[in-house]
Design a protein around this ligand. Sequence first.
Ligand code: SAH
Ligand code: SF4
Length: 366
Amino acid sequence: MYSIINKRDVMKKTIQDLTKEELAQSVKPAFRAKQIYHWIYHKYATSFDEMKNLPKELREKLNETYTVSPLKQLTVQNSKDGSRKYLYELHDGHTVEAVLLLMRDTEYHEDGSVKHQERYTVCISSQVGCKVGCAFCLTAKGGFMRNLTAGEIVEQVRLIKKDNNIAANRRVNLVYMGMGEPLDNLESVTKSVKIFADKEGMAIATHRQTISTSGLSSKIERLGKMELGINLAISLHAVDDALRQTLMPINKAYNIASIITAVKNFPVNDRKRVMFEYLVIKDVNDDIGAAKKLLSLLDGIKAKVNLIYFNPYGGTEFRRPSEADMHKFQEYLTKRGLHCTIRESKGLDISAACGQLREQELEGEV
Ligand code: SAH
Ligand code: SF4
């Protein structure tokens, strides 16, 4: 019956939507949930038939109720720096992106043994489109379609690990910095955080996961109260409300002061800092006056600033800042004691600012 509607089982639930505890309630005896988690997250199974240590009847029952493949890979783009950007189709035909970022190449000793292994970070999407509507963001241009389920979020990482032969026990960092506003989909996002962290699953500790938000202050407060141990990144981009409002309309509802208060209330891991992302746009927010204000705004917060080069795309009036201005901005902050890095333009040649691959696909360029 399912195959008549859609080969990809639209009628079935996604098994990755379930926490291990939820799964344990629907399969008996409960230890089967552990086994299924192993098949899915350690062996990257794509069907229940592969799960040979489960009784045949259970495999059949699972097969009738669930799918293990909620996403289909449509395209992948390889960047010169090793980053890979994936476009996935959801069961209803919508598409989302996820990116594998290589933060460091494998380094070898002279005898050929491995000195340092590469470091993986996966950037994941939380919604199809976004309601926030930032002026500089390509994801915003297509409007908002829908929230992703926890399973659709989890599956992006599972597929990327499988496709790149990343062993289950290899350390991976996650950033919710793909398409969408994670805090506008708080329930599924926090559920995915827990599924990622499950020791029988991908075991990605919450301190290796970072949620990036445009600054929904009330949701930041709620997230903080959940005490997940997750890292927070704030997309600030401007230091006064008037400019921020033109770049990010959400600032009318949640102004800068409200964000700073929410951040001050947020539980931060002793060894961590709250990251403030600052998208630098030429002649808009790249002057030293802005750097000065940023410094006083973050006074008293265990913060680090990540300056991001605006990544231009067709049809935008915004421009990329010069390297000289970027370094001046950084230097102003670091000289005064603020941790500040410039985000390497990872995957720039594959237009890795999220939303850009999907846009090309919609316009038939890939
Ligand atoms: N909605 C969340 C998370 C997704 S956006 C947020 O806004 O934080 C992730 C990051 O990509 C944000 O910091 C955003 O400002 C940045 N971004 C959006 N468009 C960009 C572009 N054209 N060039 C570079 N970074 C961009
Ligand atoms: Fe949404 Fe983030 Fe893009 Fe703003 S920058 S429109 S919040 S995805």
